[in-house]
Design a protein. Structure first.
Length: 233
């Protein structure tokens, strides 16, 4: 609230409020009814000799004379009561504080990662990949099982978890390594199914010349004539 009041009357946005601007703020808050205590407070407060007040001095003014800005805090309290309720605002403040602390923790963790050795960074990277993989598997299991079955039967979740081999590919892997990994996955899949797949790769067929096509057509006609039934049959 202090920051809000300060920014509202900082017209030029230079981080300071002049004495006249502060007087206008107090007149608005107290509905143009300045008491003798307010005038005494403004006269006795030290503006560092420059006639201006920054935010630090503004907080000191509020701590020394809390009655000056009390109407602003009363407006804030009434807004909490009549807008969504005090409990909602308390929960919102807790959520924002938790989010802010999490951001600070992530920044501190990122700074610590830069200072780690190669082995520690590798271990942390593996842990992050493992956590991400676990989240993907849980999400896939939830989609296959459905929310109700997933929630009521947690012991059955492991039956719906599928190992994703392709997700382990990294940018540093070469094309040969990826192809080799896919071949291994296909071999495992065929072994599990119990069927042998004797597939021989065949290259593109060589185009035939006109003489070869005519010869192949002649042989086909002769074969068809031999297969036809004769009168003797």
């Amino acid at each position: 609230m202090l920051k809000f009041c300060f920014n509202v009357f900082d017209d030029d946005k230079n981080g300071t409020i002049e004495g006249e601007e502060l007087t206008n703020l107090l007149e608005i808050l107290h509905e143009d009814e300045q008491t003798s205590n307010m005038k005494h407070a403004l006269k006795s407060f030290d503006f560092n000799g420059d006639g201006k007040i920054d935010f630090t001095e503004f907080k000191q003014l509020n701590s020394q004379f809390p009655s000056l800005l009390y109407p602003a805090f009363r407006i804030q309290q009434n807004m909490k009561i009549f807008t969504l309720g005090e409990k909602w605002w308390e929960r919102k403040i807790e959520e924002l504080a938790t989010e802010h602390n999490e951001k600070l923790t992530q920044q501190a963790t990122a700074g610590n990662v830069e200072d780690m050795s190669d082995e520690a960074q590798r271990a942390r990277k593996e842990e992050m990949e493992r956590t991400a993989k676990q989240k993907r598997q849980e999400q896939a299991a939830r989609m296959r099982m459905g929310c109700l079955y997933y929630t009521c039967c947690p012991c059955q979740r492991k039956l719906y978890i599928i190992e994703d081999e392709e997700s382990s590919d990294s940018d540093s892997d070469s094309d040969e390594e990826r192809a080799r990994r896919k071949q291994k996955a296909a071999a495992k899949k065929s072994t599990k199914s119990g069927k042998k797949q004797n597939i021989v790769p065949v290259g593109p067929r060589k185009p035939l010349s006109q003489e070869e096509r005519l010869e192949r057509a002649r042989k086909r006609r002769l074969r068809d004539m031999q297969d036809r039934p004769t009168r003797k049959d």
